[in-house]
Design a protein around this ligand. Structure first.
Ligand SMILES: C[S@@+](CC[C@H](N)C(=O)[O-])C[C@H]1O[C@@H](n2cnc3c(N)ncnc32)[C@H](O)[C@@H]1O
Length: 221
């Protein structure tokens, strides 16, 4: 299977939540999420079991999560990515390598989390190299804001971790402050290396360019 073998499932006008072929399509600018009968992650159309669920937001082409899913078959993995061209790349690898414990959510991080993840349902969350949107005029696009942390705090099981990785020192600083100001996260740690963590397409790119990588971890309470 090639990425282009995945055809568009609907037009903009017909957009709706839809689970098809190991992809959960979660449209943005859509008002009827509450009317969608989400079958539950243990339904055969998704994982078909009740193993713990880990989520990677901003999964890109999926390099990091594909390796994690293969090396941790006892966990279920959800790759959240809003760009369809990148969703297609993850999808083709899932098909070609037969990875039963990985699902792609084609959708926006906050929107998906808010509408489709239950309280205390997630084992771990990862955000690897989210776009930093450094210009102030683009600030509204940054993911790491209180309203997203509210959602992470709601869905993560108590005592479980969220990991944020970035090459952008300013975004790391901003994100640290947002976590520190949030009442439901604690145990901050900042690392320069994280052996065994795995790598992604953007991590390889930034390391090649000599950039430093920062790993932030917070625990939900
Ligand atoms: C810089 S890339 C990093 C991709 C991958 N994590 C890596 O390290 O190679 C950021 C990705 O996050 C996606 N993204 C940005 N904001 C998002 C959001 N709010 N919800 C879902 N995906 C998002 C972008 O489409 C892009 O693919």
């Amino acid at each position: 299977m090639k990425p282009k073998d995945l055809k568009a499932v609907y037009s903009w006008k017909e957009r709706r939540p839809l689970i098809a072929d190991r992809i959960f399509h979660v449209p943005n600018h859509y008002e009827h999420h509450d009317a969608f009968a989400f079958p539950g992650w243990d339904d055969a159309s998704l994982f078909g079991n009740s193993n713990p669920i880990c989520v990677e937001y901003c999964a890109g082409n999926g390099a990091w999560i594909l390796e994690r899913a293969k090396s941790s078959p006892h966990l279920n993995w959800v790759a959240v990515e809003m760009r369809y061209d990148r969703v297609r790349k993850i999808w083709s690898k899932i098909q070609n390598e037969t990875i039963p414990n990985l699902i792609v959510v084609c959708g926006e991080a906050w929107n998906f989390t808010h509408h489709y993840l239950k309280e205390d349902s997630i084992e771990e969350a990862y955000i690897n190299f989210p776009d930093p949107w450094p210009k102030e005029k683009h600030e509204k696009h940054r993911l790491m804001k209180p309203r997203f942390l509210d959602e992470l705090a709601r869905v993560l099981k108590e005592g479980k971790k969220v990991t944020f990785v970035s090459d952008d020192a300013t975004y790391v600083e901003q994100t640290t402050q947002v976590f520190h100001s949030h009442p439901h996260f604690h145990s901050y740690s900042l690392m320069k290396e994280c052996p065994g963590y795995g790598t992604s397409w953007f991590e390889d790119l930034w390391r090649e360019k000599g950039k430093k990588i920062h790993y932030l971890q917070f625990v939900a309470q």
